[in-house]
Each structure stands twice: as structure tokens, then as C-alpha cells.
Design a binder for this molecule. Structure first.
Ligand code: UT7
Length: 334
């Protein structure tokens, strides 16, 4: 029963709302196409906050919600695939701005699976006894990575952050993580580099090294084979859901609450149908937020928590997938 308890939640929702009709003003698309293919109506864009600033706001809200003094936090795990800097990590910036001087700081990137990976990791730190309270904060500024000339992907994503504070609890907890390494076919975004190395100063370098040092203009944004990701997503969500409830020894019909990664309503519906889970037990905020990568699940947790809908003992499954390709699931009783 080496489980965890979520003692507080928080989120940061950027104020700028971007509707499907906004995309139709510069792309050959429509509200009807986007909504029927994805379930997305609108998304939020950060116009005045860096990634770490959204994380700080979500973290402060979670601290306040749980009544935790920042000095009690032993570890900050920040998940993001859109960091502000190569270094310092965004978790270190969060530590500074929330005043969590006793915390160790780790950023992880398993793309949209990030929050699930972080929960898995946090529980291990809690049960070694090394940490008593851990802040997990997932923050994503995906607007940065979009190719706004690509009508097949740019409308899918939004920005935002969600956070939880967890501690050890004598409750059931099982997790299942996995990956299927993708050779840059299904989904990737290259790091943007631009070198000012004076090649004339380095006699044995020829100019062709530029293709390693710099990011070519056409390669600066997210690239996706939507259909390949879709197929992977339905299978990965179904498989990891099935594995985690098998570990827990429970039936899918006994699950009270499912919070899936929010990428496409059709992906979620197919996976839930495969698992025989009634949609009334599945929580989504896709219509209003789009895909906010690893921030999706903690943002929904905060929405539910503040609405008084997270009840002690609820049998809960978190399940997701992401670039990598990665996937994972958690079964926990709240
Ligand atoms: O966190 C992981 C991130 N990524 C994902 O989860 C993406 C997973 N994939 C998907 O969600 C879906 O594959 C998409 C929403 C991206 C695309 O939906 P689809 O049902 O797979 O559409 P499609 O790519 O098969 O395109 C169908 C048609 C095509 O036209 P033709 O070839 O049938 O004439 C596209 O050119 O729709 C066209 N199309 C569009 N039409 C209007 C593609 N994008 C658009 C658009 N507006 N934005």
C-alpha cells in the first residue's frame, strides 16, 4: 500500500483565449472541422508569462491550497517540453520564486506523459523516506513550438500549468511507464540553435558543419504525423490502462475517475471504449484548453479539487502518451 496523497493542487490559466475561428482567419480550416475532428473549441495562449512564470503561479496556488510552507518542500519535480532555458532548469527558477530553499530541483521531459512520469518518480522518493513533501509542477508554453502555416497541427495546442503537492500515504498505488523510441517520424521538435562560431578561425572545420551547429529554418517547429500519433495513442492508452488496473487487481468498471491526456476527444473515446469505461467517469477540459501537454492532467485535478469533486478513496486512473513516443498510467486511490 505504498501510495501517495495529493494534499493540494493549483493551476495557471493564461488569459488570452484563441478560438477555432481565429485560425480560420489565416488558415484553410474551420471551427466545424477542428471541433468535429478533435473536440477542441478554444485554447489559451500565454502573452505575458514565460514557462517558469506559469509554473510559479500554479505552484503558489498549490502551496496555498494545501496550507504548505514552501520551506517544507523537499523536492520540486517540474515537467516540461518547452523550457525557458537550457540551464538553469525551470524547477530551479520555481524554487527561487516560491522560496522553497530546502528543495532539490529536477526537470524531466517525457513530453505529454510528463506528469504521469513525475507522479511515479515522486512516490518512489516519498517511500525511500528521503522526501516528505514533493511539489510536482507541469508547465507548457507550446505556442512557442507551433508552425502557424501548418494547418494539420498548430490548432491543437495551448499553454498553461498545473501543480500538485504530494506526500506518502498508506493507500494503493500502481504505475506503468513505457516508451517506443521514435526515429523522428511521428512527433518531434528540434532544439533551436544558432551558432556564431567563426569557422575561419577553426582551420579543420569546413562550412558544412553548419548543419550540425544550426537549426535549419524549416526545422524550427513541431513536426507531426498526426495519423501515426493517433494510432499509437489509442493503443498505448488502452494497453497501459489495462496493465495498471491488472496490477491493481481491479476491474475497469470499478474505476470512479479517469483523467486521460487531452490530445483529441476521439482518441480518448476510443481508448475508453476499448477499456469499457463509461464516459461519465472520464474528465476532460480539451474543449476549452486544447492540448497543454504534461499540464493537462494536473490542471484537471485542480479544477476537480476546487469544485469539491475529488473524494477520499476514489479509484482513479491517470493515463497518457506523448512524443518519444512515451506512455504511462497510474492507478491510485485518492
Ligand atoms: O500530445 C500528442 C500530440 N498530437 C496528437 O495527439 C495528434 C494525434 N492526431 C490527431 O489528433 C489527428 O490525426 C489530427 C486532428 C491531427 C488530424 O485528424 P485526422 O482525422 O487524422 O485528419 P487527416 O490528417 O486524415 O486529414 C483529413 C483531411 C485531409 O484532407 P484530404 O486528404 O482528405 O483531402 C486534410 O488535408 O482533412 C484535411 N485537414 C484539414 N482540413 C481543415 C487537415 N487539417 C485540416 C484543418 N482544417 N486544420
Amino acid at each position: 500500500m505504498n501510495g501517495i496523497k495529493i494534499i493540494g493542487t493549483g493551476r495557471c490559466v493564461p488569459s488570452k483565449v484563441v478560438t477555432n475561428d481565429d485560425f480560420a482567419t489565416f488558415l484553410d480550416t474551420s471551427d466545424e472541422w477542428i471541433y468535429t475532428r478533435t473536440g477542441i473549441k478554444q485554447r489559451r495562449y500565454s502573452t505575458d508569462m514565460m514557462n517558469y512564470e506559469m509554473a510559479v503561479e500554479a505552484a503558489k496556488n498549490a502551496l496555498e491550497n494545501s496550507g504548505t510552507d514552501p520551506l517544507e518542500i523537499d523536492l520540486i519535480i517540474l515537467t516540461t517540453c518547452t523550457p525557458d532555458f537550457f540551464y538553469p532548469s525551470d524547477s530551479c527558477l520555481v524554487q527561487h520564486y516560491i522560496g522553497a530553499a530546502n528543495a532539490a530541483c529536477i526537470d524531466i521531459n517525457t513530453a505529454c506523459t510528463g506528469f504521469i512520469s513525475a507522479v511515479d518518480m515522486a512516490r518512489r522518493y516519498l517511500w525511500t523516506g528521503d522526501c516528505k513533501k514533493i511539489l510536482i509542477v507541469s508547465s507548457e508554453f507550446l505556442t512557442r513550438q507551433q508552425d502557424f502555416t501548418d494547418r494539420t497541427s498548430c490548432f491543437l495546442f495551448g499553454d498553461g500549468a498545473g501543480a500538485v503537492i504530494v506526500e506518502a500515504a498508506d493507500k494503493p498505488f500502481y504505475s506503468c511507464l513505457g516508451a517506443k523510441g521514435d526515429p523522428l517520424e511521428a512527433l518531434y521538435c528540434r532544439v533551436n540553435y544558432e551558432s556564431n562560431m567563426p569557422l575561419e578561425g577553426f582551420k579543420d572545420y569546413d562550412k558544412s558543419i553548419r548543419h550540425i551547429l544550426d537549426t535549419p529554418e524549416k526545422n524550427k517547429y513541431l513536426k507531426m504525423d498526426g495519423k501515426a500519433v493517433y494510432r499509437f495513442a489509442v493503443d498505448a492508452m488502452t494497453d497501459s490502462f489495462a496493465k495498471v488496473i491488472a496490477k491493481a487487481g481491479v476491474n475497469s468498471r470499478d474505476i470512479d475517475l479517469v483523467i486521460p491526456h487531452q490530445a483529441n476527444q476521439r482518441i480518448i473515446s476510443s481508448a475508453m471504449k476499448n477499456m469499457d469505461v463509461d464516459e461519465s467517469r472520464v474528465c476532460c477540459n480539451l474543449a476549452d484548453h486544447g492540448n497543454t501537454s504534461s499540464a493537462c492532467i494536473p490542471t484537471i485535478l485542480d479544477e476537480l479539487n476546487r469544485a469539491g469533486k475529488l473524494k477520499e478513496g476514489m479509484k482513479t486512473v491517470l493515463v497518457g502518451f506523448g512524443a518519444g513516443l512515451t506512455y504511462g498510467s497510474v492507478y491510485m486511490e485518492l
